[in-house]
Structures are given as structure tokens and as C-alpha cells.
Design a protein around this ligand. Sequence first.
Ligand SMILES: [Zn+2]
Length: 272
Amino acid sequence: MPELPEVETIVCELCPLTVGRGITDIEVLWPGSIAGATPEEFAARLVGRTIDGLTRRAKFLLFHLTGGDVLLVHLRMTGRLVLRSRGAAEERFAKVIIGLEGDEELRFTDIRKFGRLQLATAEEVVDLLGSLGPEPLAEEFGVAELKRALGKRKAPLKSLLLNQTLLAGVGNIYADEALFLAGLNPQRRPRSLSEVEWQGLHAGIRRALQAGIEDRGTTFSDFRDGRGRPGNHQDSLSVYRRTGQACPRCGGTIARTVISGRGTHFCPSCQV
Ligand SMILES: [Zn+2]
């Protein structure tokens, strides 16, 4: 599932390629990918608009349109949003095609069909995204903000990092990597953390996410950037999906456990 670094990679790539361009036509191949509107309503509200901006919030892409509406895209499990020229070979599993001025189109493809496109007014966006926690890479997100988000909770750190209402954008891969960088066992509870450990967790979250962005995302199977290319970060992960391999820090053996139903990878020797 694409997490913050993967969505950020797509946004950074598509921003200069799509902002300022008009939407000429819409083709909905699977109506289930559209939330909150019929395909006809969706097309009628989009065609003729210009993309004024493209930003990210948590794991959402937000296309800001002339007139104030916002097209939200959530890729969920297997969604992809790729810019192609109109003549390019058809995408397998294409669900929605957004035609742009200049003979290119944004193709939303989705094998498992959990991804969604939703058109919203500026006020509706506030409601739709209002429950999300703070952005961990925001400049103003410091150790105090992290403690405020997680500090009073009783669940294991791993579960808390995945909770989008506490912290936005972190998923299974980067939660495991962040806890490794912090040297914290995923089962640890917030009340047991020392001040130094809070600082380590804050730094670990930001370093894990930043490293993912620098490598243009992690691809095990599905993730592709805005041009259809896989990411590179899968080659640099320390613990995620490395069960049985040597810990890059202490040489111990990476273990796997399940926390809140999610596979969790960690080094039992140096994550204490
Ligand atoms: Zn280790």
C-alpha cells in the first residue's frame, strides 16, 4: 500500500506535469472507483476545469481545481496514477481516464479496486480530512507534537504509528523502519518512553519517511510513480520483510511478529 513517501513521490512528479493544464474529458471504466457521485456528475464537474495545484495530505493526493473544487485521490492497496500520452498502449486495470490538454491523460488503474476518486468542495475537504493527525514531516512537527499525539495512548507503538487519526501518512513499512531507527521494540507502550527515546522516535519517523522519499518510494509489487516507474527504497530497508536476515546495526536476526493484525519486523537484540 502506498504510504506518505510513495504519495509524495507521485505528487512531486505530477505537479510540474499537470498544474496549469485543463481537463478535456473523462472516461469512467469502473464506476466503483468514484465516490460520492455518478460517473456523469463526476465528468460534468471536472471537464473544463484547470488544475491549479497538486498537494498531498496523509496518503491523499489533492488536485486543486479552478473554481475551488478539489479532486481527492486515495490509492489504497493497488491504485496507480500515471501520466501517459493519449496514444500510449492501454493500461491494464484502468478504471478512470482524465484527459488533459496537450494530448496526455492521467490514468487511474487499480487491480484490487479499493482506490477512490472523490470530487469535493473546499468545505467538504475540511470535513473529509478533518480527522487526520499531524503531518510528521511538517516543519512545526516536533517532539512535543509527537508526544501530544501518542503520549496518552495505551496501545503498542506499532499500532499507534499506523493510526491515521494520530499521525498522518505512516503505514506498515515506514512504521517498522521508524521503530528500528529509534531502537524501540514495536510492543513498547508510550508511557514507558524516556525523553531521549521520544526524541529517537521522532527522529526515526522523519528519517524513515525522508529516506523513502529520497529513493522515490518502495515497490514490492504495485507501487509506480507518476510516470509508471517503480521506486528504489525496497533495496534499502533495514527490517521490513527481512525476517531471518542479519540486523544491519547489531548483526542479530530480524524477527517477525503480528501486532494489531499487521506483520511487524524488528530486531529483538537492539530494539528494546
Ligand atoms: Zn539489531
